[in-house]
Every structure is written in C-alpha cells, then in structure tokens.
Design a protein around this ligand. Structure first.
Ligand code: ATP
Ligand code: MG
Length: 330
C-alpha cells in the first residue's frame, strides 16, 4: 500500500495588493506518496513557487496569505499548526531547497557553522557531534575534502557546491519530504544533471517523498512518477508521468510538450511555442485561463471548468475548448 506523506486540498493563496486580495494559487490539490516523486511544471508565473511556499508557510510577509484549503502532512493540517510546531516541521520533517542557493545561506558565516546550527536546531546533540555529522553530510552530497570546506564562506564555493551545501542542510534532519523548487536552474547543464542525480540517489537511500518543481518537461520525464501541470494559479492536468507524456489531454499540456526538442527533430527547426503570456494576477478571468491566453471570447471565460478524473489517476480541467481528449467535441 502506498503511504501518503502530503496531501494538498483546495489550496488558495492570495497576495494583498493595491487592488485587494488577489489569488496566485486558486484551489490547487495533489498528493505525494512515500518514496515517490511528484513534479510540478508550468511556465513562469503560474504559481509553482507560491504553492511550495504555502506548504511550508514561507510566504512573503505581510502580503501573502493562505485563504483556504488544507495541507495535510502526516495527520496534521500545516495551515493550522502553531508557529512553534511549524518550525519543527520545517527543516526537520520537511526539507526545502529553493532556486538560488545564496538566499538559503548566510554569506557572513562559514559553511560548517551554518550546518552545525541547522543540526542543533532540531536535535539535542553536542557541538562536537554536530560538527562530525556536518562533515558526514558534506560527504553525502559529494563535496570533496569536506573537513576543509567546513571553514569556507559561501562565496568561496562554486554555484554547484553551494547548492550541494543547501541540499545537505535540507537533508540534515532526514526529512520525510523534500521540496526542491527549481534546484538547478541557476547552474550549468552538467552540474544540473549531477545535482538531480544526487537528489534522486539520496531520496532512494532515505525513502523520502520528493516534490520537484521545474519549468523543464525533460527534467520531469527523467525524474518524476507523477506530474501536476499548473497554469495561471490552477492545476489544469494531473497524471502519472508516462500517461501524461503518452496521452496529454489539455491544450496547455500539449503546448508545453510540443515545445521540447526531441532527438528526431531536425537541426535548426523552430519549435512551436505557446503564443502570448501568462496573464498577470489581477487580469485572471474566473473561467478557463488558457482560453484567455489564446484570446478567445465567450462563455468559457466566465465559469471555471470542472476538474475531473477521465481515467485512473488522470485528471483534467474540462474546458469545452481546451480539453482535447478523443471524445472531445464528439
Ligand atoms: N510578494 C508577492 N506579491 C504579489 N504577487 C506575488 C508575490 N510573489 C509572487 N507573486 C505573484 O504570484 C504569481 C505566481 O508566482 P510564482 O513565483 O509562484 O510563479 P512560478 O510558477 O514559481 O514562476 P517561476 O517559474 O518564474 O519561478 C506571479 O504572478 C507573481 O507575480
Ligand atoms: Mg518559481
């Protein structure tokens, strides 16, 4: 039996702006099982990071607010627990790795000190023991000569090394869930592959659940079991990864898939791109936002399409225009 580690239901997150409360995440739901990897994909501005930040309640303050829904993590609703309990969960039971490693590291403290502090925040261990564990963690994330690196400041490390340190910190307390939000975007391609391999290997060793956020469907194909496709603050399609690639049903997912290069693509072919851009939050229509993107007018813009399961594990937003299953329009 699979064991659900995290279940997000109907999550609504809004920002307080001059135009009032505006929803960046609008009733998003998904779940992740132990040892499995869920990918969240979508273009820039679709709400992937806001979703991740909502789960651990690290939203920009005071503007960001969770307005509704539940984030069930091992029997507790994280939207309801006290700040004290939340601190225990964050960095203890849930590890988070964000895109830019420098934001997670303190530039004025040495790597060793930061790791030791992270370890001692959640575990009652001596300074000496924490120091030894920190060295082990650096070894685990394949940092050469870890004893020497403990004395380095973040700026003395390369981007890839810094991200390894951030991963080491996120993993320091052996979390049950790791959320990695574009963990490799700031790195060059070969380092990207190394970091993703490292995350996957550690996931297998520790049996963690993983949420991997990316705008890159190639990364999803190689690393995930299940996929959530986000568009304009909503989930438009959700399916096991093989099913999504073999049988995409929403026009947005199809557009994303068409824009990735394939081996059989002749060189210098111009890949199709999805026209237009994701609307800004204040312009979002209540109805189908992909219709909005495509410049369509009419009733589909007014009412939110239902989100339905069309076959086992495969869910789609059933806009009469953007749902492109076989029977669509029949
Ligand atoms: N502090 C904030 N105040 C107001 N709006 C915000 C704030 N932070 C994010 N947003 C808005 O929320 C929306 C979703 O942003 P989010 O960062 O989640 O996108 P994303 O899918 O992670 O994109 P990317 O791929 O660029 O990381 C965007 O329209 C963004 O402008
Ligand atoms: Mg983001």
């Amino acid at each position: 039996m699979s064991e659900t580690v995290l279940e997000v239901q109907g999550l609504i997150t809004a920002f307080d702006t001059e135009r009032g409360l505006i929803r960046a995440v609008d009733q998003v739901g998904f779940s992740v099982e132990k040892g499995r990897t869920l990918g969240i994909v979508g273009e820039s501005g679709c709400g992937k990071s806001v979703t991740a930040m909502s789960i651990v309640r690290l939203l920009p303050q005071p503007a960001g607010r969770i307005l509704g829904g539940r984030v069930m993590f091992q029997g507790r609703d994280l939207t309801k627990i006290s700040p004290k309990e939340l601190r225990k969960v964050r960095g203890g039971e849930i590890g988070v790795v964000f895109q830019e490693p420098m934001t997670a590291l303190n530039p004025v403290h040495r790597i060793g000190r930061q790791l030791v502090e992270a370890l001692r925040l959640h575990k009652k261990i001596s300074q000496r023991k924490a120091w030894a564990e920190a060295i082990e963690l650096l070894r685990l994330v394949r940092i050469p000569a870890p004893e020497m690196r403990m004395g380095d400041y973040p700026h003395q490390l390369s981007g890839g090394m810094r991200q390894r340190v951030v991963i080491a910190m996120a993993l320091s307390c052996r979390p049950d869930l790791l959320i990695a939000d574009e963990p490799t975007t700031a790195l060059d391609v070969t380092v990207q592959a190394q970091i993703l391999d490292l995350i996957k290997r550690l996931q297998q060793e520790m049996g963690m659940a993983l949420i991997l956020i990316t705008h890159d469907l190639g990364v999803i194909a190689e690393n995930c079991d299940d996929v959530v496709v986000m568009y304009a603050g909503r989930v438009v399609e959700r399916a096991p990864v093989k099913e999504l690639f073999a049988n995409p049903l929403h026009a947005y997912t199809k557009g994303l898939l068409a824009s990735i290069p394939r081996l059989e693509t002749p060189p210098k072919t111009v890949l199709p791109t999805i026209p237009g851009m994701v609307a800004t939050l204040s312009e979002f229509v209540p109805g189908c936002r992909f219709c909005q993107r495509m410049g369509r007018k009419g009733p589909t813009l007014r009412e939110r399409p239902p989100f339905e399961q069309v076959k086992a594990g495969h869910w789609v937003e059933m806009c009469p225009v953007c749902y492109e299953g076989k029977e669509a329009g029949a």
